[in-house]
Design a protein around this ligand. Structure first.
Ligand code: ZN
Length: 104
C-alpha cells in the first residue's frame, strides 16, 4: 500500500466533492419558478440534491478523518479492532476507517 498514492486519491476526491457541493448549493439557491407545477418538481429536485449534499458532506468528513490518520501514521489500521485493513479494500475505499469484519 502506497500511502502517498492514497493521499493523492483522497485529496482529489475531496476536491471533486467540494466542487460538486458548491454546484448543489447554487442550484438550491435558484429562485423557484413561478408556475406551481414547476415549483413542485423543483422542490422534489431540491430534496434529492439535499440528500446528495448530506451524503457528500459525510464523505468529506470520512476523507478528512482518513487524511488525519495518514498524518498520525495510523492509516490502514482498523479504528475498531486494530487489524490492518486489506490493500484491496483501501484501493476500493481509500477513506475506509474499518476493516471488512468490523464494517459488516
Ligand atoms: Zn476491524
Amino acid at each position: 500500500m502506497n500511502i502517498d498514492t492514497q493521499k493523492q486519491t483522497l485529496l482529489a476526491r475531496r476536491t471533486e466533492i467540494t466542487q460538486h457541493l458548491v454546484e448543489v448549493e447554487d442550484q438550491l439557491d435558484d429562485t423557484p419558478p413561478a408556475d406551481w407545477e414547476d415549483r413542485a418538481s423543483e422542490r422534489q429536485g431540491d430534496e434529492v440534491l439535499e440528500a446528495l449534499g448530506n451524503t457528500e458532506a459525510a464523505e468529506i468528513k470520512q476523507i478528512d478523518a482518513a487524511l488525519a490518520r495518514i498524518e498520525a501514521g495510523t492509516y490502514g489500521i482498523c479504528a475498531k479492532c486494530g487489524d490492518p485493513i486489506s490493500d484491496e479494500r483501501l484501493t476500493l475505499l481509500p477513506a475506509a476507517p474499518l476493516c471488512k469484519n468490523c464494517m459488516a
